[in-house]
Design a protein around this ligand. Sequence first.
Ligand code: DQA
Length: 146
Amino acid sequence: MNFLLLNGPNLNLLGKREPHIYGNQSLDEIVQALKKQARKAGVKLEHLQSNAEYELIDAIHGAMENCDFIIINPGAFTHTSVALRDALLGADLPFIEVHLSNVHAREAFRQHSFLSDIAKGVICGFGAQGYEFALQAAITHCHNDS
Ligand code: DQA
């Protein structure tokens, strides 16, 4: 199985950026742990972090070739991007939306997502552990599908 993990803008700053909200782990530490978890389950996990919307969109288009599942933390694009929504609709791949913070307990503008209603599910508020939960859920989803 091939999964794609996408992280949007400013997530390259994890560990340094508002640690009281996003935690102390760097993105690299999070991704390395996820790759290990994926390997144990026989899943190949590709990762891209980008601050550019078009790069995330291109990666979603590319996933149409050989990807079974997308896990995405779209960062602030969650709340702004019709283009990411359209890319995910176009690719027609199952995906889980992840947020480290509980966006529903924060500013009003973070409480709307352009992606949640088309996602398989949404995980938020569990910090970096949310990615682990998403990966496990994606693995279970793909096993149940085959
Ligand atoms: C975030 C929440 C977004 O509102 C914010 O813009 C981010 C990170 C999270 O993981 O909690 O960049 O997606």
